[in-house]
Design a protein around this ligand. Structure first.
Ligand SMILES: C[S@@+](CC[C@H](N)C(=O)[O-])C[C@H]1O[C@@H](n2cnc3c(N)ncnc32)[C@H](O)[C@@H]1O
Length: 358
């Protein structure tokens, strides 16, 4: 190998290639139900797993070999034709348990979805055009499944109580709070708020019809269809003025094609004294070259594949992209007429929380 710079770059590229192969096999294992069958019925031989999952034994055995080498599956021996296989310790939470805080299987679907869009991205890079969210295969369900565990586990018991005065406002039965979940996607955050605070009037808004359809279905499945409303609405266009006490934007502001107009929509919808809570990526405050922080590398590299193209549906759109630094949000908030922006005392490996005050 060459000098240390060459070795460093080559090492990063090799690690990326390994990650690419592993995430593709995670996609296969998730979508084919291989992890679930192993979790429910393991230990199994490759033939038993293939039969139970409706797959070909030879492909299944080859997949198992990779899973064992990567440490996701354990085995009883090195003759793969007769060995038995079971999920490694911790793998059930990561690959199968949809509400586990460690659930990451949908990353396989998200990365496969981004991969399927690479031909469109070649064109987009050349022309500057966008690639709409609706074109990404299974994009909505992957996005929803990735964030759902955090809403189910953290939103109500941990995040909201860390925001001064918020729980008191949401719990006030005498003056029921009007809550707007802007960019609600498939609605899991909206649903958790409605479930926890029955006096509130909670409405989720999203511009994507498929997301609103999923949100309505989730609310019905959870028995909350009468307690929460969902509307398709392009948030670059105004909502009714005033009347909203608390608005949320969960991991969506950086995706918006017109973040300035969307924040003006939020500011206008909030009554005086209302707050907008923004959850967005916990990106570094400034650019860190050659970062060893894998989360920062994920954010920065996901942006041209997912967030930026999805926010560029029209020529004059100017989305921030995945890397929305705190200084950028402060600038956008001030321009939209918010009186203040504070970073909230909520620690999370992926997200930073802000309160924008009116
Ligand atoms: C990354 S997803 C987050 C969804 C959801 N909050 C969650 O945490 O799963 C971003 C969402 O913003 C929505 N969105 C983007 N631009 C929008 C706009 N102009 N008006 C309304 N929704 C928009 C997308 O449709 C998508 O559902």
């Amino acid at each position: 190998m060459g000098g240390s710079g060459v070795d460093d770059v080559a090492g990063r590229v090799l690690a990326a290639a390994v990650g690419g192969t592993e995430i593709a096999n995670i996609y296969l294992g998730d979508r084919l139900g291989l992890y679930r069958v192993l979790a429910d019925k393991g230990p199994l031989t490759s033939a038993e797993l293939a039969l139970a999952a409706g797959c070909d034994e030879r492909y299944t055995r080859e997949w198992l070999q990779g899973q064992v080498v990567s440490g996701f599956v354990g085995t009883t021996g090195d003759d793969l034709t007769v060995a038995e296989f079971a999920l490694a310790d911790g793998a059930r939470e990561v690959f199968v348990d949809e509400l586990s805080p460690s659930y990451m299987a949908p990353l396989g679907t998200a990365m496969a979805s981004a991969g399927a869009m690479l031909p469109a991205l070649l064109d987009a890079f050349r022309t500057g055009a966008g690639v709409p969210y609706s074109a990404y295969p299974a994009g909505v369900s992957a996005q929803a499944a990735l964030n759902r565990p955090a809403y189910a586990n953290d939103l109500i018991p941990t995040w909201l109580p860390a925001i001064p005065g918020l729980v008191e406002r949401l719990s006030d039965a005498g003056q029921p709070a009007v809550v707007a979940d802007l960019g609600c996607g498939a609605g899991w955050s909206t649903i958790e708020i409605a479930r926890a605070y029955p006096h509130t009037r909670v409405t989720g808004y999203d511009g994507d019809p498929a997301s609103i359809e999923e949100a309505l279905r989730h609310a019905a499945d959870e028995g909350l269809a009468d307690r929460v409303a969902f509307h398709r609405h392009d948030l670059a266009e105004p909502l009714a003025q005033g009347g909203v006490d608390v608005a949320f934007m969960f991991e969506c502001l950086h995706d918006m094609g017109y973040p300035d107009r969307v924040l003006r929509t939020a500011r206008r919808a909030l009554g005086d004294g209302g707050s907008l809570i923004v959850m967005d990526e916990a990106v570094d405050e400034t650019l860190v070259p050659a970062s060893d922080d894998i989360v920062q590398r994920f954010f920065a590299n996901m942006s041209p594949l997912w967030c930026l193209p999805q926010g560029r549906d029209a020529a004059d759109m100017d989305p921030v992209g995945t890397v929305m630094r705190p200084a950028k949000l402060r600038q956008l908030a001030e321009a939209a007429g918010f009186a203040g922006t504070e970073v909230l005392p909520i620690e999370h490996p992926f997200f930073r929380f802000y309160r924008l005050t009116t």
